[in-house]
Write a protein that binds this ligand. Structure first.
Ligand code: EPU
Length: 306
């Protein structure tokens, strides 16, 4: 437990960094997540460069402060008490570049997946269309091996540059990264900086058609209201959304948290929901799935804070 006051922690960290890095104390996190619930981070930082990110990680290690990488917050449920530690967001331009090299896209961890799909289309590279509507960043998609429309992130990854807590940078290949369905264990204690993604030469018209099809499928089967995407991993045998639908739970609510009518695996915030309401709804669903179907649902969304 670190007993330094939060304001002092933020000032000490800012003193190590250039003015281009953003450092703030008591930063509300709800507005930085798509579900829009949860309390503040003690310290919030947007490092301006890899060298400054290394300084942030060393600061956290030296003071035994927990750290958390925040992408676009689309798969994150922050508890109402907020996060005791340092939340790091790689959203400065240094981390968001997308560079085309032949059939590979070198993408910074902070790049938006939608922009990656658009750049691939512009370069005539196919195979990345499924990234089109995932509301996340490259770093977040690597961390959880995000997927949609039959594709998953690590199917297109060739290499990932990662930084360890001491600030050292190495390059890893997917087979060295303990990749599984919606998980990449190697990124639990390392920060992904950038990834080389593989495309295949394709015809612009057909790439564009596929992106449109995916977008239409998404809009017709998923809610537009604030959510964290699919809340649960699909258990063996039945998609979680179908299971929740069969249990008759669509529309069930706890406070302003509600099971979407459009898709059973989406829990939406009707406005002003709290994290404890969302957590209450999660427990209600898990309990029904356990009791009525003998299925243990596991959350896909990362739950953090206190
Ligand atoms: N279904 C229902 N009722 C529902 C929802 C779905 O009967 O309320 C049925 C569908 O009709 C379909 C099946 O369940 O037959 C599967 O549904 P869907 O095609 O929507 O796929 P999913 O397995 O529920 C997965 C990913 C989504 C991704 C979609 C589209 C997981 C946990 N979810 O959903 O990813 O967008 O495929 O490809 O793997 C996310 O990870 O946050 C996410 C939204």
């Amino acid at each position: 437990m670190n007993s330094t006051p939060v304001q002092t922690q933020a000032e000490d960290l800012a003193a190590l960094l250039s003015p281009e890095s953003v450092v703030r104390a008591h930063e509300p996190l709800a507005r930085r997540t798509t579900l829009r619930v949860g309390g503040p981070a003690d310290v919030y930082v947007e490092p301006a460069s890899e060298a400054e990110l290394a300084a942030v990680l060393r600061f956290c290690a030296e003071r035994s402060l927990p750290s958390l990488l925040l992408g676009r917050g689309s798969n994150l449920l922050v508890r109402d008490g907020g996060f005791r530690g340092v939340v790091i967001c790689l959203c400065q331009p240094e981390f968001s570049r997308i560079t085309i090299r032949g059939q590979q896209l070198e993408c910074g961890a902070g790049a938006r997946l939608k922009n990656v799909a658009v750049e691939a289309r512009r370069a005539g590279l196919a195979g990345l269309e499924f990234l089109e509507g995932i509301p996340g960043s490259v770093g977040g998609a690597l961390r959880m091996n995000a997927g949609a429309m039959g594709g998953a992130m690590f199917e297109i990854v060739e290499t990932v540059r990662v930084m360890d807590p001491t600030g050292e940078i190495i390059e890893l290949r997917p087979e060295q990264m303990a990749v599984a369905y919606r998980s990449c264990a190697s990124l639990r204690d390392r920060v992904a900086l950038s990834a080389g993604l593989r495309g295949q030469p394709g015809e612009a018209g057909s790439i564009d058609r596929r992106m449109r099809e995916f977008s239409e499928k998404r809009w017709s089967s998923q809610p537009a209201a604030p959510s964290a995407g699919c809340m649960f991993k699909n258990p063996a045998g039945i998609p979680a959304g179908k299971l929740i639908d069969e249990l008759g739970l669509k529309g069930t609510r706890v406070g302003a948290a509600r099971v979407s009518q459009e898709h059973g695996n989406f829990l939406v915030n009707d406005g002003g929901a709290t994290a404890s309401e969302v957590l209450g709804l999660i427990e209600l669903i898990r309990e029904r799935a356990r009791r009525e179907r003998g299925i243990e649902l596991e959350t896909e969304v990362q739950i953090i804070g206190e």
